[in-house]
Ligand binder design. Structure first.
Ligand code: NZQ
Ligand code: ZN
Length: 388
C-alpha cells in the first residue's frame, strides 16, 4: 500500500434479526425531538413504521414526520426538510429507508443551519461544513448504497437536470445504523438486483485504480466473490437469511471507506450513471448496469494487468494457453453473464434515454482521473452511445 490515509468510521452498527432492540438506547443519547424521515410508504406496508413508532413513543420522543422522500431525492423536497428540521429545532434525524432516505437525512443534517443556499454551498462549490450539524441515525431497509455508514449524500436538482453528490466527513456519517437483513425481504426483485449491482460497482470503482500491491484489492476481491455467491442464492430464495445477511454486510463494507484505503479510486461509472439518472430518474443500480460494460471494455487495455487479475481472482477464469487480453476479456464476459443472470437492465434506452439526449447527458458527466484512463468528451459520447 503506497498511499497515505486516515481510517475512521464512527458509525456504530447493530446487525442481525434483533438489531432494532438497540434503537431505544441510541435515541436516549439525544434530546426529545426526532425528525422521522422515510420514503413513499414501503415501511408502512411492511410494518417497520409501526415497530419504530412504538419505540419512539415509549421513549417519550416528540416525533416530527418527514415522509414521502422519493428515490433520487430532489432539491425541492430537501428545502421542505430543511425548514421542518430548523423550525422544530430537532435533536436527531432518524432515517428509515434506503440510500435515498439516508442521503436526504444527511443533506437535511448539514443544511438546516446553513446560511447559504445548500445546493450551491455543498453540491456545487463542494465546501466543507462550517455550520451546526444535526446528528443522523438510520434503520436500513434497502441494501446497496452503503449510505448507512458513510458520508455520501446524493441530491437531484430537477430544474438544472443535475444529480450531484457530496461526500461529507465522518462528522456527518450516521451515528448509528440498524441493519436487520430481514427488512430487505420485502424489496421487489428489481430493487434487490439493482442494489446488488450497485454494491459490486462500488467495489470495482475502487479496485480498478492503482498498480501497487494493495490489501484493499484483496479485500475487494473477497467481497465480490461473496456477493456473487450470495446473489445466486437470494435470486432463488429471497427469504434465505444467510444470503440476504451477507449481501447486506457486503454493501456496508463496499462503501464505508475501507476498500478505498490506499487507492486513487475511479468512480467514472458512477459519473456516467448519475448523468443518465438526472435525465431519466432511473433506479441508481440500473444506471450503472447500462454503462459499466461499455466503459470497462473501453478502458481494459489501459489497465490490462488489473483486468486480468479480476478475471482470475473474481471469476476463476482459466489462464492456460491464453494471452493477457483474452483472459481479461473473458473476465468481462463472465461479468456480463452474471449481470444477465441477475436480470439487470442492460440498455440505457430501456431506462428512457434517447439518442437525442446523448450530447446533453454527456455534457453533464463529471470526468474523474483516478482510474486507468482519463476520458475526453468524445470518448464519453461513444461510451454513452454504446450504453444505449
Ligand atoms: O420509498 P419507499 O416506499 O420506501 O420505496 C423504496 C423505493 O421505491 C423501496 N424500498 C426500500 N426499502 C424497501 C422498499 N420496498 C420494499 N421493501 C423495503 N424494505 O425501494 C425503492 C428504492 O429505494 P432507494 O432508497 O431510492 O434506493 P437506494 O438505496 O438504491 O438509494 C438510491 C439513492 O442513493 C444514491 C443514489 O444516487 C440514489 O439517489 N447513492 C448514494 C450513495 C451514498 N450515500 O454513498 C452512493 C451510491 O452510489 C448512490 O449514488
Ligand atoms: Zn452506487
Amino acid at each position: 500500500m503506497l498511499g497515505e490515509f486516515i481510517y475512521c468510521n464512527p458509525t456504530r452498527i447493530y446487525f442481525g434479526k434483533k438489531a432494532l432492540a438497540n434503537l431505544e438506547k441510541e435515541i436516549m443519547k439525544y434530546g426529545p425531538k426526532v425528525l422521522l424521515v422515510y420514503g413513499k410508504g414501503s415501511i408502512k406496508k411492511n410494518g417497520i413504521y409501526d415497530e419504530v413508532m412504538t419505540i419512539l413513543n415509549k421513549a417519550n420522543k416528540e416525533v416530527i414526520e418527514d415522509g414521502g422522500v422519493m428515490p433520487n431525492p430532489t432539491l425541492d423536497k430537501l428545502y421542505e426538510g430543511l425548514k421542518l428540521a430548523k423550525d422544530n429545532k430537532v435533536d436527531l434525524i432518524l432515517a428509515v429507508g434506503g440510500g435515498s432516505v439516508i442521503d436526504y437525512a444527511k443533506a437535511v443534517s448539514v443544511g438546516a443551519y446553513c446560511e447559504d443556499d445548500v445546493w450551491e454551498k455543498y453540491f456545487e462549490r463542494m465546501e466543507d461544513v462550517d455550520n451546526p450539524i444535526i446528528p443522523v441515525g438510520c434503520i436500513l431497509t434497502m441494501v446497496g448504497t452503503g449510505s448507512e455508514a458513510n458520508g455520501g449524500s446524493v441530491i437531484t436538482n430537477v430544474q438544472k437536470k443535475m444529480k450531484k453528490s457530496h461526500t461529507f466527513g465522518d462528522n456527518v456519517f450516521p451515528k448509528f445504523a440498524i441493519l436487520n437483513p430481514e427488512y430487505s425481504y420485502t424489496l421487489p426483485k428489481y430493487q434487490m438486483v439493482a442494489g446488488i449491482y450497485d454494491i459490486f460497482n462500488h467495489l470495482t470503482e475502487q479496485y480498478f485504480s492503482g498498480e501497487d500491491d494493495n490489501t484493499s484489492d484483496y479485500v475487494a476481491e473477497g467481497l465480490m466473490r461473496s456477493l456473487i455467491h450470495a446473489s445466486y442464492i437470494a435470486l432463488k430464495d429471497p427469504y434465505d437469511y444467510e444470503a440476504r445477511s451477507n449481501i447486506m454486510w457486503t454493501a456496508t463494507l463496499a462503501l464505508n471507506t475501507l476498500t478505498a484505503k490506499g487507492k486513487s479510486t475511479d468512480w467514472m461509472v458512477h459519473m456516467l450513471g448519475k448523468a443518465i439518472g438526472a435525465y431519466t430518474d432511473a433506479t441508481h443500480g440500473m444506471t450503472l448496469a447500462v454503462c459499466s460494460l461499455p466503459y470497462y471494455r473501453y478502458i481494459m487495455p489501459y489497465g490490462l494487468a488489473k483486468f486480468k487479475r479480476f478475471a482470475v481472482n473474481v471469476f476463476n477464469v482459466d489462464i492456460k494457453d491464453k494471452s493477457d487480453e483474452e483472459i481479461a476479456k473473458e473476465g468481462l464476459d463472465e461479468l456480463e453473464k452474471w449481470m444477465h443472470d441477475l436480470g439487470l437492465v442492460m440498455h440505457a434506452k430501456d431506462l428512457g434515454m434517447t439518442l437525442e439526449m446523448l450530447e446533453e447527458v454527456a455534457d453533464k458527466v463529471l470526468i474523474t482521473s483516478g482510474g486507468y484512463k482519463t476520458l475526453n468528451h468524445e470518448e464519453i459520447v461513444e461510451i454513452l452511445k454504446a450504453s444505449l
